[in-house]
Design a protein around this ligand. Structure first.
Ligand SMILES: [Zn+2]
Length: 317
């Protein structure tokens, strides 16, 4: 049978607005824009941002690994370092390892929008299909609504008024990690409209830069930035590879001579083939702290907290 790596499927709820910036100023609607999916233009959180935050938070929980193994440099690169093995390392000598955990981008699956019926969460067939939930796509001027959405034939999503089509829509019994309060107030829109409605309903905030020398607002420093709103639901996965298929070089002393040998990551007497559970628990330890320490930028402005919904007591999604 072909080798199948383990996939941790993670569902996450934004507890704050989340800003993962493109790292540059853009002329246009806002000064600081967020990262988007090319093609659909739908905002996302890049896997590299998730991996970077998970790495730093996991390293904080292991003695002696913070800050060295936490960031982008200064990695120990030891075969038994759970941080370097899980998230990869690069050492000055040219030795590098890509890491046994690989994070996908986090994609929006339910996005909150105000309506006269109260808050609702939009989604679309393309998004749900990736999660193995099949639905019928409504026309662009129509929506299908879940049972908890009170309406009388029409529903506004922000400024946009759409017709409610007869088809009921339900994800009952599926996507069990996602709260029923959200699933019961879900609204299915067409694939095309999903991107438009998301982009029309992002948070846009205005802030000022503070001049560190005077503590006052810097002149001309008013800027706007966009963010994914609080209460949006995202999905990402972390692919965990089996250590036994990998090797990391280490230097040992044999008969007074230094020699380099290749060893299985996270292997020891108890785990001669490497300890894949240690990789999973390291990922889990990092994800757990998303909820308090956040992802993305502007964490000091009350942004970025993200709760991974299906971290179970045992640790892994
Ligand atoms: Zn390390």
């Amino acid at each position: 049978m072909a080798y199948q790596p383990d996939v941790l499927k993670c569902y996450a709820l934004a507890l704050d607005p989340i800003h993962v910036g493109t790292g540059g100023m853009r002329l246009g609607r806002v000064d600081l824009s967020i990262v988007r999916e090319p093609g659909t233009n739908i905002p996302k959180i890049p896997g590299t941002s998730l991996a970077g935050a998970a790495r730093a938070y996991a390293a904080m929980q292991v003695n002696g690994k913070f800050p060295g193994c936490a960031g982008q440099g200064g990695h120990c690169g030891l075969h038994d370092c759970s941080i370097c093995v899980t998230f990869g390392f690069a050492k000055g000598s040219g030795a590098s390892f890509q890491g046994l955990a690989q994070f996908s981008d986090a994609r929006l699956i339910f996005f909150p929008v105000h309506s006269l019926a109260g808050p609702v969460w939009i989604t679309c067939p393309r998004v749900l299909e990736e999660l193995s939930v099949t639905t019928t796509e409504p026309a662009d001027n129509q929506v299908h609504v879940a049972s908890g959405v009170q309406q009388s034939g029409k529903l506004n999503l922000g400024w946009l008024m759409l017709d409610v089509a007869g088809n009921a829509f339900s994800v009952d019994g599926k996507l069990s990690a996602i709260p029923d309060d959200i699933k019961n107030r879900a609204v299915l829109v067409s694939n095309k409209m999903f991107g438009h409605i998301v982009n029309d309903n992002l948070e846009v905030r205005t802030s000022v830069s503070i001049d560190p020398r005077t503590g006052a607002a810097a002149e001309g420093a008013l800027f706007t930035y966009e963010a994914l709103p609080r209460a949006c639901v995202l999905y990402f996965d972390a692919v965990i590879s089996d250590p036994k298929f990998y090797r990391i070089a280490r230097t040992v002393e044999k008969n007074g001579k230094k020699e380099t040998e290749s060893v299985i990551p996270l292997s020891d007497a108890e785990h001669p083939e490497g300890d894949i559970d240690k990789v999973k628990s390291t990922v889990n330890n990092g994800l757990k702290l998303f909820e308090t320490l956040g992802v993305g930028g502007m964490n000091t402005r009350g942004m970025g907290r993200l709760r991974v919904l299906n971290l179970n007591a045992g640790g892994t999604p």
